[in-house]
Design a protein. Structure first.
Length: 227
C-alpha cells in the first residue's frame, strides 16, 4: 500500500506566482542595481559590457573607463583601440569597443548626446539588444520592463512559470503572470535569488526554498531548455 502521508499537493500556477512574489519581496525588499553607474549613459555602457561577463568584473573595469570618458562627448575623443585596451578584461573587447565608440557618435548625432528612453531607439544603437535596452529603460528611466537573461529563463522554467524555448517567449510569459508595477524590481530580485540560492550548479530544481515549495514532490532534476 502506497504511503501518501508525506506527499504534499503541488502549488498551482497562481499559488506559485503569489508565493514567489511574497518570498522575493521578503528577501530583497529594495534590490539595488548591480552595475555601478552615475546616469543613463554610464549604465548603458556598463550593461553593454556585461554581455558574457560578470557584473563584478564590469564594476572593476568601468571606473577606469569612466574616469577617461563618462559621457558621449568625452568617449568620442578616445580611439577604439584606447577603449578596447581599458575594457579588455570584460571579454569580447574588439566588438564592444567598436560598439561603444559608434553608439556614442550616434547619441551625439541623433539624440543630442542624451540616451533615449525609447525601446526602438535604444535597440538601433550598436551593441544594444532587447535585453540591454530593457535594463536601461527599467533601471535608468523607471519604465516597466522585464529583462530576461539566460539565468531568469532557467529559473522561470524551474518554477513552472514558462516553458518558452527562448528568452523572448519567457519574457512574454512573465509579463502576463506578474503585475506590471513589480516587473522592474522582480527582474533584479530573481537575479539575486538565482545567484544566492538557485544557481545553475547550486540547485537542480529540488534544492532551494522556492523550488521545493513550488514542487514539493519533484523527484528528478528539472531539465530546462537553453535560451
Amino acid at each position: 500500500m502506497q504511503d501518501n502521508a508525506s506527499k504534499q499537493e503541488p502549488l498551482n500556477k497562481a499559488q506559485r506566482v503569489a508565493f514567489i512574489l511574497q518570498r522575493l519581496q521578503e528577501l530583497y525588499p529594495d534590490p539595488p542595481v548591480p552595475l555601478d553607474h552615475q546616469d543613463p549613459y554610464t549604465l548603458l555602457i556598463a550593461v553593454l559590457l556585461s554581455a558574457q561577463c560578470t557584473d563584478e568584473r564590469v564594476n572593476q573595469v568601468t571606473p577606469a573607463l569612466f574616469e577617461r570618458a563618462s559621457s558621449p562627448t568625452a568617449m568620442v575623443t578616445l580611439s577604439v583601440e584606447e577603449i578596447r585596451e581599458i575594457i579588455r578584461p570584460c571579454g569580447l573587447s574588439p566588438q564592444k569597443s567598436k560598439a561603444i565608440a559608434r553608439l556614442s557618435e550616434i547619441l551625439l548625432e541623433e539624440h543630442g548626446g542624451v540616451v533615449p528612453n525609447d525601446m526602438e531607439a535604444l535597440e538601433r544603437l550598436p551593441g544594444v539588444g532587447h535585453k540591454t535596452a530593457s535594463v536601461v529603460l527599467a533601471q535608468a528611466f523607471g519604465v516597466p520592463s522585464f529583462p530576461v537573461d539566460t539565468h531568469i529563463h532557467r529559473l522561470a522554467q524551474r518554477w513552472g512559470l514558462s516553458s518558452g524555448k527562448n528568452v523572448v517567449q519567457t519574457e512574454k510569459d512573465l509579463k502576463r503572470l506578474f503585475p506590471r508595477e513589480r516587473w522592474n524590481d522582480l527582474h533584479l530580485q530573481i537575479i539575486f535569488y538565482g545567484r544566492e540560492y538557485c544557481s545553475a550548479r547550486g540547485c537542480d530544481g529540488r534544492v532551494c526554498e522556492i523550488c521545493r515549495t513550488c514542487y514539493p514532490n519533484r523527484k528528478r532534476a528539472k531539465q530546462t531548455r537553453k535560451a
